[in-house]
Design a protein around this ligand. Structure first.
Ligand code: ADP
Ligand code: ASP
Ligand code: MG
Length: 413
């Protein structure tokens, strides 16, 4: 008997017939005498609609407003966990739904992208003695000090599932979605994308972080640090031995070693340039301190010093939905850092090539830059880690860049 956490994303619970399909997937595990905890997302499109409602009535700049945003956007998951529990009851199981606060799944108070502090795993294990199956609303928890609902950031149900798997010591966390695994790149961009049978946690972390939203970045980080076995599967296909993609610890588990594992694409970033600031020690600390204070995450950073060494331009990227907060933060230090202009460019895409094989192979960056140059694509920013190279380019070239790089690294083979 194994203890399994099954997570179903928005498309998988998109209507009643799909919820009935999910119940069959749950039944398949129960038939094998496994214990099952289910985590669900909201029906596809619902969270977007709820976010849009909030944006219509508020600019969501204050903590107080973000707390209310969370109480609105968390509702999508309440519907689906209740409906799935009802369907499981209809087919003969003793099932119940659980909301974040009922577990409790405790978070910090960074509303709209809260982090999980703790989960009562003993309570969940006790519930499994009382019920055949429990269905948990993903994406949500509670900030205990104020008793307020907090959500875990877009795509956060993945993180709920992995965290719950860690808290109960599950043998496996199966993430069911609308693709049958992790691909070399988003299969919506090129039909040449190939499914990966295995991918290392490290690579998946970089892929998720740089835009492959098949898993939320935090879910991968959590799986890595808590040693949770994660598999990505389609909820629309039968599960067999070779189904899906499994996250593995290191490349030793991967027989056929490739230099590049995957290519990620993100349209979610904004570039901000602060120009002609008088150079002095502490300039960067002031800028990035102000951004951190407003909970803005910074990704790529480049600093250029003028030929005479007197002034600097600093360019960085952030997530699009944090732009308004970032602008406020920057404007608040205008008198200290004395930038001439703040130039915002939303017309950009970030393309990243990822692979642990990069550590032991040279020429990976050259292939990337040459391939893009041959198509006349200009690079605005470049950043690297030991297993990733990211470039910022004009948004119009984003999908083309992914396709030519996919060919250049032979990922279709
Ligand atoms: P869910 O609602 O099930 O959480 P998401 O929409 O969040 O599903 O994630 C699944 C989607 O991720 C796929 O439909 C696919 O378009 C996209 N995706 C992006 N990059 C990849 C990749 N490398 N492999 C597989 N899917 C990817
Ligand atoms: N429903 C939430 C979202 O759309 C969480 C999730 O699906 O993982 O972001
Ligand atoms: Mg998702």
């Amino acid at each position: 008997m194994s203890l399994i956490v099954q997570k179903f994303g928005g498309t998988s619970v998109g209507d009643i017939s799909r919820i009935q399909n999910v119940a069959r997937k749950v039944k398949a595990e129960l038939d094998k005498k496994n214990q099952v905890i289910v985590v669900v997302s909201a029906m596809s499109g619902v969270t977007n609609q709820l976010v849009a409602y909030c944006n219509q009535v508020s600019s969501l700049m204050t903590k107080e407003s973000l707390a209310e945003y969370d109480s609105v956007v968390a509702t999508g998951e309440q519907v689906t966990c209740g409906l799935l529990a009802l369907e499981l009851q209809s087919i003969g199981y003793k099932a119940r739904s659980l909301l974040g606060w009922q577990i409790p799944l405790k978070t910090d108070d960074v509303y709209s992208k809260a982090r999980i502090d703790s989960i009562d795993g003993d309570f969940l294990r006790a519930q499994l003695k009382e019920y055949d199956v429990v269905v948990i609303a993903g994406f949500q928890g509670i900030y205990a000090e104020t008793n307020r609902v907090a959500t875990l950031g877009r795509g956060g149900s993945d993180t709920s599932a992995v965290a719950i798997a860690a808290a109960v010591g599950a043998d496996l966390c199966d993430i069911y979605t609308d693709v049958d695994g992790v691909y070399t790149t988003d299969p919506r961009i090129t039909s040449k994308a190939r499914k990966l049978n295995k991918v290392t946690y490290e690579e998946m972390l970089e892929m998720a972080y740089s835009g492959s939203k098949v898993l939320q970045t935090r879910s991968v980080a959590m799986a890595m640090s808590h040693n949770v076995r994660v598999r990505v599967l389609s909820s629309f296909l039968e599960v067999s031995e070779n189904s899906g993609t499994i996250l593995v610890n290191n490349d030793e588990e991967i027989m056929e070693r490739r230099v590049i594992t995957g290519i990620s694409y993100s349209k979610n970033d904004v570039q901000i340039a602060l120009t002609q600031m008088p150079d002095h020690p502490g300039l960067s600390a002031t800028i990035f301190g102000a951004l951190a204070e407003k909970e803005v995450n910074v990704d790529m950073i480049v600093q250029n010093i003028s030929a005479d060494g007197k002034s600097v331009d600093i360019t960085f990227t952030i997530a699009k939905d944090e732009l308004e907060r970032a602008k406020l933060a920057i404007e608040s230090i205008k008198d200290i850092v004395k930038y001439k202009e703040m130039v915002v460019d939303e017309n950009i895409a970030k393309i990243s090539v990822i692979g642990v094989g990069m550590i032991s192979h040279s020429g990976v960056a050259h292939t990337m830059f040459k391939t893009l140059a041959d198509k006349g694509i200009n690079l605005l920013l470049i950043s690297t880690s030991e297993i990733k190279i990211s470039v910022l380019i004009a948004k119009d070239y984003g999908e083309l860049a992914v396709r030519v790089l996919h060919d250049a690294y032979g990922l279709d083979k």
